[in-house]
Write a protein that binds this ligand. Structure first.
Ligand SMILES: Cc1cc2nc3c(=O)[nH]c(=O)nc-3n(C[C@H](O)[C@H](O)[C@H](O)COP(=O)(O)OP(=O)(O)OC[C@H]3O[C@@H](n4cnc5c(N)ncnc54)[C@H](O)[C@@H]3O)c2cc1C
Length: 397
């Protein structure tokens, strides 16, 4: 027996392994990943508040000794037909690892802007190492320029303000967070950022990173598409991510924007026991129609992992899958200043937004609807009220 290999030690891979073991699978379950398991949401929050050592550990539900941990290892290539992986060890050797079942949970990596200029002084945020590199630069009065006004960009802006930095956010969006939660709530959250001292340059694109005339050294500024030059001590690129799928090339899988799955989170294109979970999975969700999408939320990635681990348990016993197709209510949260932003469902599906329970500080609940009814909800400082919506969305089937 070769056991099950889980590629990735994020929340999706970890929950998949725990669920597989919980289903009675007694053979080896081995993780392969360059990274130790971490609580990733802390990377743009707690990890930037002060130097961190040893914080941000992943909450494990089972004993770590249930599993084999090949940390510092990276999968370079897979041959699903022969159930084998080419693995690079920390010493740089290439070894072959066989599996009886494979869990694909290799997540995403940060995207960087492909424009000219120096690379020093530019940061992205995905790993604990990224946060540890950035944190010492968040000094009082440091000029921090963040490119991107999504959740990570906005959370880093709040963290840098708390450290006394001068913060500018540059974004092609006309309203921060608009693509995720719409204009109305995006404006409310932007107003809070402005009140805390963040400057926004919106509807703008960066065309070049500027440095010393010699072309040596760190980034000193940015050139925008309208010719404006912005000075910067540190630039943080929060411009989205790419799926870590390259190791799966040439296996007949659909790797356009993640790995396509069927309704049971099995990889489409292979009849081997291969499941996909977490940020990398482009999957249908029985609660929200046949459309396939990727969801990048911590709780959702864990829920996918748990489901995928159960499916793997059934695939390896050769029984018919007795589970209902995957269905969950994706949920996320984001902490910015004293704002607790929480969401359930898929607000970006909504064609209509109804704001209720709004107060003078901008706190509120927003309901997102399409022709099928309620598809999502976002609350700003409405943590107890919003829980009700999760049940409501769960009853969409
Ligand atoms: C900075 C930041 C803040 C966030 N904050 C929030 C939040 O507040 N709320 C929220 O709901 N969500 C948040 N998220 C999203 C949430 O963290 C992710 O949805 C979740 O971590 C995804 O888990 P995952 O297991 O799918 O992938 P990941 O956590 O990305 O794990 C993927 C794993 O695969 C490994 N890997 C990659 N390539 C290979 C390879 N070739 N071989 C072996 N291993 C490989 C990686 O090293 C990693 O261990 C945040 C994300 C980031 C980046």
């Amino acid at each position: 027996m070769n056991g099950v290999v889980v590629v990735g030690t994020g929340i999706a891979g970890v929950r998949a392994a725990e669920a597989l073991r919980g289903s009675g699978y007694a053979e080896e379950i081995a993780f392969i990943s360059p990274e130790t398991p971490i609580y990733r949401p802390s990377v743009s929050k707690e990890a930037l508040k002060a130097p961190i050592v040893g914080q941000a550990a992943m909450p494990l539900k089972r004993s770590a000794t249930d599993f084999t941990w090949l940390l510092g290892h990276r999968v370079e290539a897979a041959d699903l037909a022969t159930r084998s992986l080419l693995v690079r060890t920390p010493e740089g050797e290439e070894v072959t690892r066989h599996f009886d079942g494979l869990v694909i949970a290799s997540g995403l990596r940060s995207r960087q802007l492909a424009i000219p200029g120096p690379t020093l002084g530019r940061f992205t945020l995905r790993t604990l190492h990224d946060a540890q590199e950035l944190e010492p630069h968040l000094k009082p009065d440091a000029r921090i320029v963040i490119v991107g006004s999504g959740f990570i960009g906005c959370e880093v802006a709040a963290a840098a303000i708390a450290r006394g930095c001068q913060v500018t956010v540059i974004s092609p969006e006309t309203t921060p967070l608009a693509s995720a939660i719409g204009l109305e709530l995006g404006e409310r959250i932007a107003a809070k950022h402005r009140a805390e001292g963040v400057s926004f340059i919106l509807d703008a694109s960066v065309v070049e990173f500027l440095g010393a005339e010699s072309g040596q050294g760190s980034v000193t500024g940015l050139l925008l598409d309208d010719g404006t030059r912005i000075e910067a001590d540190v630039v943080i690129e929060a411009v989205g991510s790419r799926a870590n799928t390259e190791w799966l090339d040439d296996n007949n899988l659909d790797l356009v924007n993640g790995v396509l799955t069927d309704g049971f989170l099995r990889a489409v294109g292979t009849d081997q026991p291969v499941v996909v979970c977490g940020d990398i999975a482009r999957h249908p969700n029985a609660l929200f129609g046949p459309e396939v999408r990727r969801i990048e939320h911590w709780t959702a990635a864990g829920e996918m992992g748990t489901y995928a681990g159960k499916v793997m348990g059934q695939l390896l016993t050769g029984t018919e899958i007795s589970l209902a197709p995957f269905a969950n209510v994706p949920g996320f949260w984001s902490d910015q200043y004293d704002l607790q932003i929480q969401s359930f469902g898929i607000p970006s599906m909504g064609s209509e937004v109804v704001i209720i329970d709004s107060d003078a500080d901008g706190n509120c609940i927003a309901e997102y609807r399409d022709a099928s009814g309620l598809v999502g909800v976002v609350g700003i400082n409405r943590t107890s009220e919003i829980a009700y919506y999760r049940k409501l969305l769960n009853s969409r089937i």
